[in-house]
Design a protein around this ligand. Structure first.
Ligand code: HEC
Length: 130
């Protein structure tokens, strides 16, 4: 019985450490992604971030969604780009660098509207999505 209990405790301890060390910062950045309305166009299926459809029209600026590329799911976007790319691409300083999933050589649809701090945080976080 004691053996059984200690095994259980270890499991709880492990789960707690994972929550504290891993999930908390990731969750904050996921919230940033949603707050900055990235999820208006992009899903991140591995993190259960769903694309919010319909909210686009109600928003201040009418971003042109009528033509052009489908926004990709960003679950593994960090496998294809690094943080430096994200900062530059999201602020439209540079165009997309093509890879197997997204062949585009265009600039991003939308110019980043958050602060520099938010941009750095978001760029670093996107680079971890692999
Ligand atoms: C109005 C819709 C829209 C919004 C809002 C939007 N995006 Fe995009 N995004 C796109 C489209 C469309 C593409 C594909 C562009 C292409 O193929 O040229 C794209 C491409 C990307 C890519 C490249 C993906 C890859 O695999 O190469 C990244 C990264 C990205 N977006 C991040 C973001 C982030 C972060 C935000 C929030 C700050 C955001 N997007 C908001 C439409 C949007």
């Amino acid at each position: 019985m004691t053996e059984c209990n200690s095994g259980w405790n270890l499991k709880i301890l492990l789960a707690l450490s994972v929550m504290l060390l891993g999930a908390t910062p990731a969750r904050a950045d996921k919230e940033l992604f949603v707050k900055l309305k990235c999820s208006k166009c992009h899903s991140i299926s591995t993190l259960a971030v769903e694309k919010i459809k319909g909210s686009a029209d109600a928003d201040e600026e009418g971003e042109d969604e009528e033509k052009g590329a489908e926004p990709p799911d960003l679950s593994h976007v960090g496998a294809n780009h690094d943080a430096a790319f994200f900062s530059s691409y999201l602020t439209k300083k540079s165009a997309h660098t093509p890879h197997a999933d997204v062949k585009s050589t265009s600039k991003h649809k939308l110019k980043f509207k958050g602060s520099d701090e938010e941009l750095n945080k978001l760029a670093a976080w996107l680079a971890t999505l692999k």
